[in-house]
Design a protein. Structure first.
Length: 137
């Protein structure tokens, strides 16, 4: 399993998070037709270079990418609740995730904003950026 599939499976197993977003946890972007003004969702994507570690024996299996998790909700209290669940699930995590050995997940950035997609609609947004250390299988 790759790290993105591991994120999805792990987060979908978190009942506190799925109570808020259902199964709307997506890599890269929301599918067409998901109305963020009426529904909550989480979108994640790699946001930073995956630093490679090399030794005399070759490339190390340790991966160190940065990932951005963006929570969307119609209201600020909803987006804060989603971000709290994401932080609870990911901050300082170490262990097995989807068969991968995750050494450590660190929260680097937390930003709140409001988007205005048009027609007087507002969408509350929280961007969480994490540094992740895991061993590639």
């Amino acid at each position: 399993m790759d790290i993105e599939a591991a994120f999805t499976a792990y987060l979908l197993a978190r009942t506190g998070l799925t109570a808020l977003v259902g199964n709307r946890i997506y890599p890269d972007e929301t599918p067409q037709g998901v109305d963020l003004a009426r529904h909550t969702a989480v979108v994640y994507s790699q946001s930073g270079a995956d630093e490679k570690i090399h030794t005399h024996a070759g490339q190390n299996a340790l991966e160190q990418p940065a990932y951005q998790f963006t929570a969307y909700a119609p209201t600020r209290p909803q987006v804060k609740a989603i971000s709290a669940q994401l932080k609870d699930a990911l901050c300082d995590y170490s262990g097995t995730m989807g068969g991968l050995e995750v050494q450590y997940i660190r929260l680097d950035t937390e930003l709140y904003d409001t988007e205005h997609p048009g027609d007087g609609v507002t969408v509350s947004v929280c961007v969480l950026e994490f540094s992740i250390n895991y061993v590639r299988s």
